[in-house]
Design a protein around this ligand. Structure first.
Ligand code: F6P
Length: 550
Protein backbone atom coordinates (compact mmCIF):
# COMPACT_ATOMS: atom_id res chain seq x y z
CA UNK A 1 0.00 0.00 0.00
CA UNK A 2 1.39 3.37 -0.96
CA UNK A 3 2.16 6.09 1.55
CA UNK A 4 -0.49 8.80 1.56
CA UNK A 5 1.91 11.42 0.25
CA UNK A 6 2.39 9.37 -2.93
CA UNK A 7 -1.29 9.73 -3.87
CA UNK A 8 -2.08 11.97 -6.85
CA UNK A 9 -4.57 14.05 -4.84
CA UNK A 10 -2.00 14.56 -2.07
CA UNK A 11 0.65 15.72 -4.50
CA UNK A 12 -1.83 18.04 -6.15
CA UNK A 13 -2.66 19.54 -2.75
CA UNK A 14 1.03 20.14 -1.98
CA UNK A 15 1.36 22.27 -5.14
CA UNK A 16 -2.04 23.88 -4.69
CA UNK A 17 -1.11 24.95 -1.13
CA UNK A 18 1.80 27.00 -2.51
CA UNK A 19 -0.65 28.90 -4.70
CA UNK A 20 -3.23 29.34 -1.92
CA UNK A 21 -0.65 30.72 0.50
CA UNK A 22 -0.51 33.78 -1.77
CA UNK A 23 -4.23 34.29 -1.52
CA UNK A 24 -6.32 36.27 1.00
CA UNK A 25 -9.72 35.25 2.33
CA UNK A 26 -11.00 38.78 1.69
CA UNK A 27 -10.35 38.28 -2.01
CA UNK A 28 -12.11 34.92 -2.03
CA UNK A 29 -15.20 36.45 -0.42
CA UNK A 30 -15.11 39.42 -2.81
CA UNK A 31 -14.92 37.07 -5.80
CA UNK A 32 -17.86 34.88 -4.85
CA UNK A 33 -21.08 36.19 -3.33
CA UNK A 34 -22.28 32.60 -2.94
CA UNK A 35 -19.31 31.56 -0.82
CA UNK A 36 -21.24 31.20 2.44
CA UNK A 37 -23.99 29.17 0.77
CA UNK A 38 -21.44 26.88 -0.84
CA UNK A 39 -19.29 26.40 2.20
CA UNK A 40 -21.73 25.96 5.04
CA UNK A 41 -23.99 23.11 6.13
CA UNK A 42 -27.25 23.08 8.06
CA UNK A 43 -27.54 19.92 10.13
CA UNK A 44 -30.04 18.96 12.80
CA UNK A 45 -29.46 21.28 15.79
CA UNK A 46 -26.49 23.13 14.29
CA UNK A 47 -25.08 25.22 11.49
CA UNK A 48 -21.50 24.69 10.35
CA UNK A 49 -19.90 27.57 8.47
CA UNK A 50 -16.48 26.71 7.08
CA UNK A 51 -16.35 29.45 4.47
CA UNK A 52 -13.69 31.36 6.44
CA UNK A 53 -11.04 28.77 5.49
CA UNK A 54 -8.44 29.42 2.84
CA UNK A 55 -10.09 27.13 0.30
CA UNK A 56 -11.61 27.38 -3.15
CA UNK A 57 -13.82 24.97 -5.08
CA UNK A 58 -10.60 23.48 -6.42
CA UNK A 59 -9.25 22.93 -2.90
CA UNK A 60 -12.43 21.28 -1.71
CA UNK A 61 -12.60 18.99 -4.77
CA UNK A 62 -9.00 17.92 -4.24
CA UNK A 63 -9.58 17.27 -0.53
CA UNK A 64 -12.68 15.21 -1.30
CA UNK A 65 -10.70 13.32 -3.96
CA UNK A 66 -8.07 12.57 -1.31
CA UNK A 67 -10.73 11.25 1.08
CA UNK A 68 -12.01 9.02 -1.70
CA UNK A 69 -8.54 7.79 -2.61
CA UNK A 70 -8.08 6.90 1.07
CA UNK A 71 -11.34 4.89 1.09
CA UNK A 72 -12.77 6.88 3.99
CA UNK A 73 -16.29 5.58 3.34
CA UNK A 74 -15.12 1.97 3.23
CA UNK A 75 -13.28 2.34 6.55
CA UNK A 76 -16.27 4.11 8.06
CA UNK A 77 -18.49 1.17 7.11
CA UNK A 78 -15.96 -1.26 8.55
CA UNK A 79 -16.00 0.62 11.85
CA UNK A 80 -19.79 0.66 12.11
CA UNK A 81 -19.92 -3.07 11.21
CA UNK A 82 -17.56 -3.96 14.06
CA UNK A 83 -14.52 -5.00 12.01
CA UNK A 84 -11.33 -4.97 14.05
CA UNK A 85 -10.06 -1.62 12.82
CA UNK A 86 -8.12 -0.97 16.07
CA UNK A 87 -5.14 -2.67 14.46
CA UNK A 88 -2.53 -2.63 17.23
CA UNK A 89 -4.95 -3.93 19.86
CA UNK A 90 -6.88 -6.17 17.44
CA UNK A 91 -10.23 -4.80 18.57
CA UNK A 92 -13.45 -3.52 17.08
CA UNK A 93 -14.32 0.14 17.56
CA UNK A 94 -17.98 0.27 18.44
CA UNK A 95 -18.76 3.31 20.54
CA UNK A 96 -21.28 4.11 17.81
CA UNK A 97 -23.23 0.98 18.81
CA UNK A 98 -23.70 2.44 22.29
CA UNK A 99 -25.82 5.22 20.81
CA UNK A 100 -27.50 3.33 17.99
CA UNK A 101 -31.08 4.36 18.66
CA UNK A 102 -32.47 2.90 15.43
CA UNK A 103 -33.13 -0.48 17.02
CA UNK A 104 -31.25 -2.36 14.31
CA UNK A 105 -29.54 -5.54 15.39
CA UNK A 106 -25.75 -5.53 15.19
CA UNK A 107 -24.14 -8.97 15.18
CA UNK A 108 -20.35 -8.90 15.52
CA UNK A 109 -18.41 -12.16 15.52
CA UNK A 110 -21.44 -14.03 16.84
CA UNK A 111 -22.28 -11.51 19.56
CA UNK A 112 -25.45 -9.46 19.50
CA UNK A 113 -23.97 -6.08 20.40
CA UNK A 114 -27.35 -4.33 20.45
CA UNK A 115 -28.56 -6.75 23.10
CA UNK A 116 -25.59 -6.27 25.44
CA UNK A 117 -25.82 -2.49 25.06
CA UNK A 118 -29.57 -2.50 25.76
CA UNK A 119 -29.11 -4.69 28.84
CA UNK A 120 -26.66 -2.19 30.33
CA UNK A 121 -28.93 0.72 29.47
CA UNK A 122 -31.81 -1.00 31.26
CA UNK A 123 -29.60 -1.63 34.28
CA UNK A 124 -28.57 2.03 34.26
CA UNK A 125 -32.19 3.17 34.00
CA UNK A 126 -33.23 1.15 37.05
CA UNK A 127 -30.24 2.27 39.10
CA UNK A 128 -30.63 5.94 38.17
CA UNK A 129 -34.30 5.87 39.17
CA UNK A 130 -33.50 4.20 42.50
CA UNK A 131 -30.86 6.76 43.38
CA UNK A 132 -32.71 9.83 42.16
CA UNK A 133 -35.94 8.85 43.86
CA UNK A 134 -34.22 8.12 47.15
CA UNK A 135 -34.90 4.38 47.09
CA UNK A 136 -31.17 3.55 47.19
CA UNK A 137 -30.14 3.90 50.81
CA UNK A 138 -26.75 4.33 52.42
CA UNK A 139 -25.44 2.25 55.34
CA UNK A 140 -27.54 4.15 57.87
CA UNK A 141 -30.73 4.08 55.82
CA UNK A 142 -30.41 7.66 54.55
CA UNK A 143 -31.02 8.56 50.90
CA UNK A 144 -28.09 9.46 48.63
CA UNK A 145 -27.61 13.17 48.02
CA UNK A 146 -24.12 13.28 46.49
CA UNK A 147 -22.44 11.28 43.75
CA UNK A 148 -18.65 11.29 43.54
CA UNK A 149 -17.30 9.98 40.24
CA UNK A 150 -13.72 8.75 40.56
CA UNK A 151 -12.00 8.26 37.22
CA UNK A 152 -9.45 9.90 34.95
CA UNK A 153 -8.98 10.59 31.22
CA UNK A 154 -11.93 9.22 29.28
CA UNK A 155 -13.47 8.01 32.53
CA UNK A 156 -13.67 11.61 33.69
CA UNK A 157 -13.46 14.20 30.93
CA UNK A 158 -16.48 13.04 28.92
CA UNK A 159 -18.97 12.74 31.77
CA UNK A 160 -17.70 15.87 33.51
CA UNK A 161 -17.70 17.96 30.34
CA UNK A 162 -21.30 16.89 29.60
CA UNK A 163 -22.46 17.39 33.20
CA UNK A 164 -21.08 20.93 33.09
CA UNK A 165 -22.52 21.63 29.64
CA UNK A 166 -26.00 20.48 30.64
CA UNK A 167 -26.03 21.86 34.17
CA UNK A 168 -29.22 23.72 33.37
CA UNK A 169 -30.95 20.32 33.04
CA UNK A 170 -29.86 19.15 36.47
CA UNK A 171 -32.83 19.06 38.82
CA UNK A 172 -30.75 18.76 41.99
CA UNK A 173 -32.12 15.30 42.88
CA UNK A 174 -28.46 14.59 43.59
CA UNK A 175 -25.28 16.65 43.35
CA UNK A 176 -22.52 15.23 41.15
CA UNK A 177 -18.81 15.74 41.89
CA UNK A 178 -15.72 14.57 40.04
CA UNK A 179 -12.34 13.42 41.30
CA UNK A 180 -9.66 12.69 38.71
CA UNK A 181 -6.37 13.94 40.12
CA UNK A 182 -4.24 11.76 42.37
CA UNK A 183 -3.17 14.95 44.14
CA UNK A 184 -4.93 14.43 47.49
CA UNK A 185 -5.95 18.08 47.49
CA UNK A 186 -8.77 17.33 45.07
CA UNK A 187 -10.46 14.43 46.83
CA UNK A 188 -9.99 16.08 50.23
CA UNK A 189 -11.73 19.22 48.99
CA UNK A 190 -14.57 17.25 47.38
CA UNK A 191 -15.20 15.06 50.44
CA UNK A 192 -14.77 17.78 53.08
CA UNK A 193 -18.38 19.07 53.07
CA UNK A 194 -20.03 15.70 52.35
CA UNK A 195 -21.87 13.34 54.71
CA UNK A 196 -20.46 9.80 54.23
CA UNK A 197 -23.87 8.31 54.96
CA UNK A 198 -25.28 10.09 51.89
CA UNK A 199 -22.49 9.68 49.33
CA UNK A 200 -22.37 7.22 46.47
CA UNK A 201 -19.03 6.64 44.75
CA UNK A 202 -18.92 5.66 41.08
CA UNK A 203 -15.52 4.14 40.34
CA UNK A 204 -15.11 4.58 36.59
CA UNK A 205 -12.19 2.70 35.16
CA UNK A 206 -12.25 0.50 32.11
CA UNK A 207 -9.16 -1.36 33.29
CA UNK A 208 -9.66 -0.94 37.05
CA UNK A 209 -5.88 -0.76 37.27
CA UNK A 210 -5.26 2.96 36.72
CA UNK A 211 -3.10 3.99 39.69
CA UNK A 212 -4.62 7.45 40.11
CA UNK A 213 -8.17 6.10 40.17
CA UNK A 214 -7.42 3.15 42.45
CA UNK A 215 -5.53 5.42 44.88
CA UNK A 216 -8.51 7.80 45.05
CA UNK A 217 -10.97 4.89 45.34
CA UNK A 218 -9.02 3.48 48.30
CA UNK A 219 -9.00 6.89 49.99
CA UNK A 220 -12.77 7.11 49.48
CA UNK A 221 -13.20 3.62 50.94
CA UNK A 222 -11.14 4.48 54.02
CA UNK A 223 -13.14 7.70 54.48
CA UNK A 224 -16.41 5.80 54.35
CA UNK A 225 -15.29 3.01 56.69
CA UNK A 226 -13.86 5.41 59.23
CA UNK A 227 -17.28 7.09 59.40
CA UNK A 228 -19.45 3.97 59.28
CA UNK A 229 -17.15 1.62 61.25
CA UNK A 230 -18.45 -1.02 58.90
CA UNK A 231 -16.63 -2.75 56.04
CA UNK A 232 -20.03 -3.79 54.68
CA UNK A 233 -20.91 -0.13 54.03
CA UNK A 234 -18.83 -0.34 50.85
CA UNK A 235 -21.59 -2.39 49.23
CA UNK A 236 -24.10 0.41 49.72
CA UNK A 237 -21.84 3.27 48.72
CA UNK A 238 -19.73 2.05 45.81
CA UNK A 239 -20.63 1.09 42.25
CA UNK A 240 -18.18 0.53 39.41
CA UNK A 241 -18.10 0.94 35.67
CA UNK A 242 -15.43 -1.35 34.30
CA UNK A 243 -14.43 -4.14 31.95
CA UNK A 244 -12.43 -5.71 34.80
CA UNK A 245 -15.13 -7.23 37.00
CA UNK A 246 -12.62 -9.28 38.99
CA UNK A 247 -10.66 -6.28 40.22
CA UNK A 248 -13.83 -4.36 41.08
CA UNK A 249 -15.16 -7.30 43.11
CA UNK A 250 -11.80 -7.68 44.87
CA UNK A 251 -12.02 -4.00 45.76
CA UNK A 252 -15.25 -4.79 47.61
CA UNK A 253 -17.90 -3.74 45.13
CA UNK A 254 -20.94 -5.96 44.92
CA UNK A 255 -20.97 -7.80 41.57
CA UNK A 256 -24.55 -6.64 41.04
CA UNK A 257 -23.42 -3.04 41.30
CA UNK A 258 -20.90 -3.29 38.48
CA UNK A 259 -21.77 -1.82 35.10
CA UNK A 260 -20.03 -3.35 32.09
CA UNK A 261 -17.58 -1.86 29.68
CA UNK A 262 -16.22 -3.69 26.69
CA UNK A 263 -12.86 -3.80 24.95
CA UNK A 264 -14.53 -2.39 21.84
CA UNK A 265 -15.12 0.96 23.57
CA UNK A 266 -12.09 3.22 23.83
CA UNK A 267 -11.82 5.26 27.05
CA UNK A 268 -12.01 8.61 25.27
CA UNK A 269 -15.12 7.52 23.35
CA UNK A 270 -16.87 5.98 26.33
CA UNK A 271 -19.25 8.61 27.68
CA UNK A 272 -22.06 6.90 25.76
CA UNK A 273 -21.64 3.76 27.90
CA UNK A 274 -22.23 3.41 31.63
CA UNK A 275 -19.22 5.73 31.98
CA UNK A 276 -21.97 8.31 31.39
CA UNK A 277 -23.73 7.18 34.59
CA UNK A 278 -23.04 10.45 36.46
CA UNK A 279 -24.67 12.35 33.59
CA UNK A 280 -27.83 10.25 33.91
CA UNK A 281 -27.76 10.54 37.71
CA UNK A 282 -27.49 14.30 37.43
CA UNK A 283 -30.24 15.02 34.93
CA UNK A 284 -32.26 11.84 34.63
CA UNK A 285 -32.03 8.84 32.36
CA UNK A 286 -34.32 10.34 29.68
CA UNK A 287 -31.94 13.21 29.14
CA UNK A 288 -29.04 10.75 28.83
CA UNK A 289 -31.01 8.96 26.10
CA UNK A 290 -31.53 12.30 24.34
CA UNK A 291 -27.76 12.77 24.37
CA UNK A 292 -27.38 9.37 22.68
CA UNK A 293 -30.07 10.29 20.17
CA UNK A 294 -28.26 13.48 19.22
CA UNK A 295 -25.05 11.55 18.65
CA UNK A 296 -26.89 8.87 16.67
CA UNK A 297 -28.38 11.53 14.41
CA UNK A 298 -24.86 12.74 13.67
CA UNK A 299 -23.74 9.17 12.99
CA UNK A 300 -26.58 8.81 10.48
CA UNK A 301 -25.46 12.02 8.79
CA UNK A 302 -21.89 10.71 8.73
CA UNK A 303 -22.95 7.37 7.22
CA UNK A 304 -25.54 8.59 4.74
CA UNK A 305 -24.21 11.87 3.38
CA UNK A 306 -21.84 12.12 0.42
CA UNK A 307 -18.39 13.32 1.43
CA UNK A 308 -18.96 16.66 -0.32
CA UNK A 309 -21.63 17.56 2.27
CA UNK A 310 -20.45 15.40 5.13
CA UNK A 311 -19.69 17.61 8.16
CA UNK A 312 -17.25 15.33 10.04
CA UNK A 313 -15.37 14.56 6.82
CA UNK A 314 -15.18 18.25 5.90
CA UNK A 315 -13.89 19.24 9.35
CA UNK A 316 -11.25 16.52 9.13
CA UNK A 317 -10.19 17.58 5.64
CA UNK A 318 -9.96 21.23 6.67
CA UNK A 319 -7.83 20.33 9.66
CA UNK A 320 -5.58 18.33 7.35
CA UNK A 321 -5.45 21.21 4.86
CA UNK A 322 -4.58 23.78 7.51
CA UNK A 323 -2.02 21.58 9.21
CA UNK A 324 -0.38 19.21 6.78
CA UNK A 325 -0.55 21.40 3.68
CA UNK A 326 -0.62 25.01 4.95
CA UNK A 327 1.66 24.31 7.92
CA UNK A 328 -0.27 25.32 11.05
CA UNK A 329 0.93 23.55 14.18
CA UNK A 330 -2.01 23.95 16.51
CA UNK A 331 -5.73 24.51 16.58
CA UNK A 332 -7.82 26.47 19.07
CA UNK A 333 -11.23 25.38 20.36
CA UNK A 334 -13.12 28.49 21.42
CA UNK A 335 -16.58 27.99 22.89
CA UNK A 336 -18.62 31.11 23.57
CA UNK A 337 -20.95 29.38 25.94
CA UNK A 338 -20.00 29.16 29.59
CA UNK A 339 -21.54 25.70 29.79
CA UNK A 340 -18.94 24.41 27.31
CA UNK A 341 -15.99 25.47 29.45
CA UNK A 342 -14.54 21.94 29.47
CA UNK A 343 -14.91 21.31 25.74
CA UNK A 344 -11.31 22.18 24.83
CA UNK A 345 -9.92 19.81 27.49
CA UNK A 346 -12.27 17.08 26.33
CA UNK A 347 -11.28 17.51 22.68
CA UNK A 348 -7.62 17.61 23.62
CA UNK A 349 -7.85 14.03 24.78
CA UNK A 350 -10.16 12.98 21.96
CA UNK A 351 -7.92 14.28 19.17
CA UNK A 352 -4.44 14.28 20.66
CA UNK A 353 -4.62 10.86 22.30
CA UNK A 354 -6.17 9.45 19.12
CA UNK A 355 -4.03 10.95 16.41
CA UNK A 356 -0.93 12.36 18.11
CA UNK A 357 1.30 9.68 16.63
CA UNK A 358 4.10 9.50 14.11
CA UNK A 359 4.01 6.05 12.56
CA UNK A 360 1.43 4.76 10.09
CA UNK A 361 -0.63 1.55 10.13
CA UNK A 362 2.41 -0.38 8.92
CA UNK A 363 4.66 0.98 11.66
CA UNK A 364 6.56 3.23 9.24
CA UNK A 365 7.42 6.77 10.25
CA UNK A 366 5.14 9.21 8.48
CA UNK A 367 6.92 12.01 6.66
CA UNK A 368 4.20 14.60 6.87
CA UNK A 369 2.78 16.78 9.62
CA UNK A 370 -0.13 14.95 11.25
CA UNK A 371 -2.69 16.54 13.54
CA UNK A 372 -2.27 19.90 15.25
CA UNK A 373 -2.01 20.26 19.00
CA UNK A 374 -5.39 21.20 20.41
CA UNK A 375 -5.86 23.89 23.01
CA UNK A 376 -8.33 26.59 23.83
CA UNK A 377 -10.80 27.86 26.37
CA UNK A 378 -13.83 30.07 26.73
CA UNK A 379 -13.90 32.71 24.01
CA UNK A 380 -14.70 35.77 26.08
CA UNK A 381 -12.03 35.04 28.68
CA UNK A 382 -9.61 34.18 25.89
CA UNK A 383 -10.22 37.53 24.18
CA UNK A 384 -8.74 39.21 27.22
CA UNK A 385 -5.87 36.75 27.48
CA UNK A 386 -4.49 34.95 24.42
CA UNK A 387 -6.43 36.35 21.44
CA UNK A 388 -3.74 38.98 20.87
CA UNK A 389 -1.60 36.06 19.69
CA UNK A 390 -4.38 34.74 17.44
CA UNK A 391 -4.74 38.13 15.76
CA UNK A 392 -1.18 39.33 15.30
CA UNK A 393 1.44 36.68 15.99
CA UNK A 394 3.55 35.20 13.17
CA UNK A 395 1.87 31.83 13.72
CA UNK A 396 -1.48 31.21 12.14
CA UNK A 397 -3.73 29.24 14.48
CA UNK A 398 -6.94 27.98 12.89
CA UNK A 399 -9.81 28.07 15.38
CA UNK A 400 -13.23 26.53 15.87
CA UNK A 401 -15.75 29.00 17.28
CA UNK A 402 -18.69 27.31 18.99
CA UNK A 403 -21.74 29.20 20.20
CA UNK A 404 -25.50 28.91 20.52
CA UNK A 405 -28.44 30.92 19.19
CA UNK A 406 -30.43 30.61 22.39
CA UNK A 407 -28.86 31.11 25.77
CA UNK A 408 -29.26 28.40 28.38
CA UNK A 409 -29.45 31.18 30.97
CA UNK A 410 -31.14 34.24 29.45
CA UNK A 411 -30.45 37.28 31.61
CA UNK A 412 -30.94 40.82 30.36
CA UNK A 413 -28.89 41.55 27.27
CA UNK A 414 -26.01 39.19 28.11
CA UNK A 415 -26.44 36.77 25.26
CA UNK A 416 -26.37 39.32 22.46
CA UNK A 417 -23.31 40.96 24.01
CA UNK A 418 -21.65 37.56 24.14
CA UNK A 419 -22.60 36.67 20.60
CA UNK A 420 -21.61 40.05 19.17
CA UNK A 421 -18.08 39.13 20.26
CA UNK A 422 -18.45 35.67 18.77
CA UNK A 423 -19.29 37.06 15.32
CA UNK A 424 -16.86 39.97 15.57
CA UNK A 425 -13.88 37.78 16.32
CA UNK A 426 -14.16 35.48 13.29
CA UNK A 427 -14.71 38.52 11.09
CA UNK A 428 -11.69 40.31 12.55
CA UNK A 429 -9.47 37.23 12.29
CA UNK A 430 -10.40 36.87 8.66
CA UNK A 431 -10.54 40.46 7.44
CA UNK A 432 -7.79 42.03 9.48
CA UNK A 433 -7.11 45.68 8.78
CA UNK A 434 -4.53 46.99 6.31
CA UNK A 435 -2.12 49.88 6.71
CA UNK A 436 -4.07 52.23 4.45
CA UNK A 437 -7.17 51.79 6.57
CA UNK A 438 -5.22 52.21 9.81
CA UNK A 439 -3.69 55.44 8.57
CA UNK A 440 -7.01 56.84 7.37
CA UNK A 441 -8.62 56.00 10.67
CA UNK A 442 -5.89 57.69 12.72
CA UNK A 443 -6.00 60.73 10.44
CA UNK A 444 -9.76 61.00 10.83
CA UNK A 445 -9.19 61.01 14.59
CA UNK A 446 -6.92 64.05 14.16
CA UNK A 447 -3.62 62.35 14.97
CA UNK A 448 -0.34 63.98 13.87
CA UNK A 449 1.59 62.51 10.88
CA UNK A 450 4.49 61.58 13.23
CA UNK A 451 2.17 59.75 15.58
CA UNK A 452 0.51 57.93 12.64
CA UNK A 453 3.91 56.81 11.27
CA UNK A 454 4.87 55.48 14.66
CA UNK A 455 1.65 53.67 15.47
CA UNK A 456 0.44 52.39 12.08
CA UNK A 457 2.57 49.21 11.88
CA UNK A 458 1.40 48.13 15.33
CA UNK A 459 -2.25 48.47 14.39
CA UNK A 460 -2.07 46.50 11.15
CA UNK A 461 -3.75 43.07 11.27
CA UNK A 462 -2.93 40.78 8.37
CA UNK A 463 -6.15 38.80 8.84
CA UNK A 464 -6.48 35.69 6.67
CA UNK A 465 -6.74 33.51 9.78
CA UNK A 466 -9.01 30.55 9.19
CA UNK A 467 -11.95 29.70 11.44
CA UNK A 468 -14.89 27.32 11.51
CA UNK A 469 -18.09 28.49 13.12
CA UNK A 470 -20.40 25.97 14.75
CA UNK A 471 -23.65 27.57 15.80
CA UNK A 472 -25.91 25.32 17.86
CA UNK A 473 -29.62 26.10 18.16
CA UNK A 474 -29.15 25.82 21.93
CA UNK A 475 -27.11 23.69 24.29
CA UNK A 476 -29.35 20.73 24.97
CA UNK A 477 -28.75 16.96 25.16
CA UNK A 478 -29.54 16.45 21.45
CA UNK A 479 -27.30 19.22 20.16
CA UNK A 480 -24.47 18.36 22.55
CA UNK A 481 -24.62 14.68 21.59
CA UNK A 482 -24.43 15.74 17.94
CA UNK A 483 -21.54 18.11 18.56
CA UNK A 484 -19.45 15.49 20.35
CA UNK A 485 -20.17 12.88 17.67
CA UNK A 486 -19.25 15.44 15.00
CA UNK A 487 -15.79 15.79 16.52
CA UNK A 488 -15.43 12.05 17.17
CA UNK A 489 -16.11 11.24 13.54
CA UNK A 490 -13.85 14.07 12.39
CA UNK A 491 -11.06 12.45 14.40
CA UNK A 492 -11.83 9.09 12.81
CA UNK A 493 -11.57 10.54 9.29
CA UNK A 494 -8.30 12.31 10.15
CA UNK A 495 -6.88 8.99 11.32
CA UNK A 496 -7.90 7.18 8.14
CA UNK A 497 -6.45 9.82 5.84
CA UNK A 498 -3.22 10.08 7.82
CA UNK A 499 -3.06 6.28 8.21
CA UNK A 500 -2.77 6.63 11.96
CA UNK A 501 -3.97 4.03 14.48
CA UNK A 502 -6.47 6.32 16.20
CA UNK A 503 -7.72 3.91 18.82
CA UNK A 504 -4.63 3.00 20.82
CA UNK A 505 -2.52 5.19 23.16
CA UNK A 506 0.88 3.53 23.55
CA UNK A 507 2.48 6.89 24.26
CA UNK A 508 0.68 7.06 27.58
CA UNK A 509 1.98 3.66 28.69
CA UNK A 510 5.69 4.56 28.76
CA UNK A 511 5.28 7.25 31.42
CA UNK A 512 2.86 5.08 33.42
CA UNK A 513 5.40 2.24 33.63
CA UNK A 514 8.23 4.55 34.68
CA UNK A 515 6.08 6.23 37.33
CA UNK A 516 5.32 2.83 38.88
CA UNK A 517 9.07 2.11 39.24
CA UNK A 518 9.90 5.59 40.55
CA UNK A 519 7.04 5.30 43.05
CA UNK A 520 8.99 2.50 44.77
CA UNK A 521 12.19 4.55 44.69
CA UNK A 522 10.46 7.49 46.38
CA UNK A 523 9.76 5.46 49.51
CA UNK A 524 11.92 6.41 52.49
CA UNK A 525 15.06 4.29 52.32
CA UNK A 526 14.10 3.00 48.83
CA UNK A 527 17.04 2.60 46.48
CA UNK A 528 17.12 4.97 43.52
CA UNK A 529 17.77 2.93 40.41
CA UNK A 530 19.95 4.01 37.51
CA UNK A 531 18.51 7.03 35.68
CA UNK A 532 19.98 9.82 33.61
CA UNK A 533 21.75 12.29 35.88
CA UNK A 534 18.91 14.83 35.71
CA UNK A 535 16.17 12.40 36.81
CA UNK A 536 18.45 10.78 39.40
CA UNK A 537 19.37 14.10 41.01
CA UNK A 538 15.82 15.38 40.98
CA UNK A 539 14.61 12.27 42.82
CA UNK A 540 17.51 12.51 45.25
CA UNK A 541 16.82 16.20 45.93
CA UNK A 542 13.14 15.43 46.54
CA UNK A 543 13.97 12.65 49.00
CA UNK A 544 16.63 14.66 50.78
CA UNK A 545 14.21 17.48 51.51
CA UNK A 546 11.31 15.19 52.27
CA UNK A 547 13.05 12.63 54.47
CA UNK A 548 16.63 13.79 54.88
CA UNK A 549 17.36 10.62 52.85
CA UNK A 550 20.39 10.27 50.60
O1 F6P B 1 -4.61 8.15 29.57
C1 F6P B 1 -4.60 6.83 29.17
C2 F6P B 1 -5.91 6.17 29.41
O2 F6P B 1 -5.78 4.84 29.07
C3 F6P B 1 -7.06 6.81 28.65
O3 F6P B 1 -7.14 6.40 27.35
C4 F6P B 1 -8.21 6.41 29.50
O4 F6P B 1 -9.31 7.17 29.18
C5 F6P B 1 -7.65 6.67 30.86
O5 F6P B 1 -6.31 6.26 30.78
C6 F6P B 1 -8.35 5.97 32.01
O6 F6P B 1 -8.27 4.59 31.90
P1 F6P B 1 -9.20 3.66 32.78
O7 F6P B 1 -10.62 3.96 32.42
O8 F6P B 1 -8.81 2.27 32.41
O9 F6P B 1 -8.94 3.94 34.23
Amino acid sequence: MSSRDELASWQFLVEHAKEMKQCHLNTLFAQDSERFNKLSLKLPHLLLDYSKNLVTDKTMSALIALAKECDVELWRDKMFAGERINLTENRSVLHTALRNRSGTKLMVEGENITEVVDQQLEKMAVFVKQVRQGEWKGYSGKRITDIVNIGVGGSNLGPQMVTEALKHYSDDSVRVHYVSNVDGAQIAEVLRPLDPARVLFVISSKTFTTTETITNANTAKRWLISASFDQEAVKHHFVAVTANIENAVNFGIDAENIFSMWDWVGGRFSLWSAIGLPIALDMGFDKFIELLEGAHQMDLHFCQTPLEKNAPAILALLSLWNTTFLGSQSQAILPYDQTLHMLASYLQQAEMESNGKSVNWHGEEINYQSVPSIWGGLGIDGQHAFYQYLHQSKNVIPADFIGSVESSTPIGGHHDTLMSNFFAQTEALMSGVNEKHVREDLKAKGRTPEYIDQLAPHKVHQGNRPTNTILLDRIDPHSLGGLIALYEQKIFVQGIILQICSFDQWGVELGKGLAAKIHQELKQGGEIAKHDSSTFNLIQYYKQIRYGDV
